[in-house]
Ligand binder design. Structure first.
Ligand code: UDP
Length: 328
């Protein structure tokens, strides 16, 4: 049985990856410090003998006594409101955390896949975004802590690949959604769905003409899985190219949730990218991958999940207390 270490295992993407690797017959070691992850996301794996969990902050030295065959580095705050509150942790997990995992992969002769992001393209001047576009990132803006940490992560990963011959994979993840997203993480889908369910108006930032392209979690996990087992070491975009403006998206959610609420407009956050759409030609060619679940179907499944949350969860405001992690 092959062992796989998944960091950020208690997060949205991490927990779905744990499920997938267990289903595929791997022994999964999940790691998380719960800064933005949620214990609840792994509750169903607690008694599974092919799963073990280590509570640990990957920016500190990592020691694992077992053999490791694969490592997937998915630990990081991933929502703009989170990385505004914990900017230094965001920088550290992408830089120091990645360095530790590269060292671990080298020692164990494991293959390492890192979770990169469409944010490496910043507010893109090329549309749709292809992997060979270098990006347009404001290094000193509020989002820079995430974007630059992920750009550094790609650089150090390629350096280990070239210098040490480490087997590495880089996936650039575009907006992904589905069950287990944190209701209060500030991202647009949980924000709109939470508002609709609480009977609040939907907050569109700016004029709502900025665009995003949303990929359902099952498609994303399939893409990541194929990247890991491909022979390709350069970055690959994984996302759904179906693009929509945030205003039209809010209207879609109003229809789907059958709410009588309306749209209210708020200030656009600093450096909010105006448009985003992955060019997935490379993934199609190399991985024979493309998304299968359209937005209508994916949003229905996601709404079902949010509707199933308890009244308490739904009305709990920002329940994250970062203070115990902020000892820099
Ligand atoms: N957004 C919005 N209302 C909200 C939350 C987000 O209009 O309540 C917008 C946000 O400004 C951005 C888009 O939705 O243009 C996607 O935001 P999200 O935080 O989900 O992710 P991003 O793609 O910006 O990292």
């Amino acid at each position: 049985m092959k062992n796989v270490l998944i960091t950020g295992a208690a997060g949205f993407l991490g927990s779905h990856l744990c499920d997938r690797f267990i289903k595929e017959g791997f022994h999964v070691i999940g790691m998380d410090n719960y800064i933005t992850g949620d214990k609840q996301n792994l509750e169903h794996l607690k008694s599974n003998s092919n799963f073990e969990f280590i509570e640990h902050d990957v920016t500190k030295h990592i020691s694992i006594d077992k053999d490791l065959h694969y490592i997937l580095h998915f630990a990081s705050p991933a929502s703009p409101i989170d990385y505004l509150k914990i900017p230094i942790q965001t920088l550290k997990v992408g830089s120091l955390g990645t360095h530790n995992l590269l060292g671990l992969a080298k020692a164990k002769k494991a293959r390492l896949l890192i979770a990169s992001t469409s944010e490496v393209y910043g507010d893109p001047l090329v549309h749709p975004q292809t992997e060979n576009y270098y990006g347009n990132v404001n290094t000193i803006g509020p989002r820079g802590v995430y974007d630059e940490a992920k750009r550094f992560q790609e650089s150090i990963t390629m350096a280990y690949h070239r210098f040490h011959g480490l087997e590495t994979r880089i996936v650039r993840i575009f907006n992904t959604y589905g069950p287990r997203m944190r209701l209060n993480d500030g991202r647009v889908i949980p924000a709109f769905m939470g508002q609709a369910l609480r009977g609040e108006d939907l907050t569109v930032f700016g004029k709502g003409n900025q665009t995003r392209s949303f990929c359902y979690i099952d498609d994303q996990v399939e893409g990541i899985f194929r990247v890991l087992f491909s022979d390709y070491s350069y970055p690959i975009n994984i996302g759904n190219p179906h693009e929509i403006s945030i205003k039209d998206f809010a209207e879609e959610i109003i229809k789907l949730t059958n709410t009588s609420q309306k749209i209210v407009y708020k200030d656009l956050p600093v450096d909010d990218p105006m448009q985003r759409q992955p060019d997935i030609s490379l993934a199609k060619k190399i991985l024979n991958w493309e998304p299968k679940i359209n937005r209508e179907e994916g949003m229905k499944k996601t709404f079902k999940y949010f509707k199933g949350l308890s009244h308490n969860d739904l009305f709990k405001r920002d329940h994250r207390d970062f203070s115990k992690h902020i000892k820099i």
